[in-house]
Design a protein around this ligand. Structure first.
Ligand SMILES: N[C@@H](CCC(=O)N[C@@H](CS)C(=O)NCC(=O)O)C(=O)O
Length: 213
């Protein structure tokens, strides 16, 4: 007889921006999951069995269904409980998140890891990213947040990527003429919600004590 998990299992990697956005939504929605911290160079067999594409985050639900896209994990968590109304104006959020994931993320990867890519024009790459950051800065300057006067899904789904960009060269980021964006990032980094999803998690191995998150 198969033993049912009563608690969803989240395979996660602390520093991955996609996993961060999933943990943020899980935390704010007050869902509890068993968090399995992994390293990308040594993915657990069970994770690859349930999601052969091999990316984190992966959520396994008690009914054995698997959600292995970070945005879908956010939407799953918030569909159960959305105490801070992250889902308000969600169409606009989803549009901005798609642009982040499809347009900004490739530029971020080339900025952070230029040696991994061939024929990258670093200046052109940086300038293209800068144009996107300028657009985000203008949104925040006019409304307070990316979509609205309060933070919505897009703010939480996108800021881990802006954080990663800023950390490649903090001085260079801080010198950009984008104060609204810089303050928005700092506010998210200092928030108790963000701190609550960033403790140093102990690496999971089969047989480890469950770590409830
Ligand atoms: N579209 C996926 C992307 C997730 C993703 O690419 N995660 C990275 C880590 S940040 C990963 O797992 N990469 C696999 C690897 O490096 O082996 C999502 O939104 O969940």
């Amino acid at each position: 007889m198969r033993v049912m998990n009563i608690c969803p299992i989240l395979y996660s990697f602390r520093r991955c921006p996609y996993a961060m956005r999933a943990r943020l939504a899980i935390k704010v929605s007050q869902n509890t999951v068993e968090l399995r911290e992994i390293v990308l160079r040594d993915k657990p067999m069970h994770m690859l069995e349930i999601s052969p594409k091999g990316t984190v985050p992966v959520l396994l639900l008690p009914d054995d269904s698997v959600i292995d896209e970070s945005l879908d994990i956010m939407l799953w968590a918030l569909s159960q409980n959305d105490p801070e109304n992250w889902l308000e104006n969600s169409t606009e959020s989803l549009d901005l998140i798609a642009r982040n994931d499809q347009e900004f993320k490739p530029l971020l990867d080339r900025y952070k890891y230029p040696a991994r890519f061939e024929n990258v024009d670093e200046q052109l790459n940086y300038d293209s990213a800068r144009i996107i950051l300028q657009g985000l800065n203008e949104r925040i300057a006019s409304k307070g947040y990316l979509i609205d006067t309060a933070p919505r899904l897009a703010d939480f789904a996108i800021f881990p990527f802006i954080r990663q960009f800023a950390h490649v060269d903090r001085d260079r980021f801080n010198e950009l003429p984008f104060p609204a964006l810089q303050n928005w990032l700092e506010m998210h980094k200092q928030s108790s919600l963000f701190k609550s999803i960033m403790p140093k998690f102990k690496l999971w191995t089969p047989g480890s004590e469950p770590l409830f998150f």
